[in-house]
Design a protein around this ligand. Structure first.
Ligand code: FES
Length: 146
């Protein structure tokens, strides 16, 4: 591939990525949770935090975001079927903070993508996201940070 073709291809890929991210941001509303308990490296959050409102109607959000002061990056908690998956929002490529969307997470730095299970679906990242042991009962979700 010659230099001109490489630059042209790179620009097309870059503009395409920006377009996809813009569309995804327009389609997904993030809910940053303030109402949770953090004690002994364990987060407890109520399942009702997944309730949201879109266009005046109540909906069940696909994920919520929690930021605990004690760790540098937020955690996204996805509802997958009857279970929950807690993902650390630090890209495994070079450490940028990921943008979570309904079914995927995108790195704004170099375009890596991950699915809601934290698995790499597009490089340059090669390692899956850090996850946390997550359990739940009738009312709450429990996320063990260590
Ligand atoms: S830091 Fe995320 S893709 Fe490079």
């Amino acid at each position: 591939m010659d230099r001109r073709h490489f630059i042209k291809s790179s620009c097309v890929a870059c503009v395409g990525s920006i377009g996809i991210i813009t569309i995804l941001q327009a389609c997904t509303s993030q809910k940053h949770i303030q109402n949770f308990e953090y004690k002994e490296n364990k987060i407890t959050v109520k399942k009702t935090e997944f309730a949201g409102i879109k266009k005046g109607k109540y909906i069940l959000l696909p994920f919520i975001v929690i930021k605990v002061e004690q760790i540098p990056f937020p955690i996204a908690v996805y509802k997958i079927g009857d279970d929950y998956k807690a993902l650390y929002l630090q890209c495994t490529h070079q450490g940028c903070e990921l943008n979570p969307f309904e079914t995927m997470l995108v790195c704004p730095c170099h375009g890596a993508e991950f699915n809601a299970n934290g698995e790499v679906t597009q490089g340059p990242a090669e390692t899956n996201l850090r996850t946390f042991i997550t359990t739940h009962d009738h009312d709450n979700i429990y996320i063990q940070l260590v």
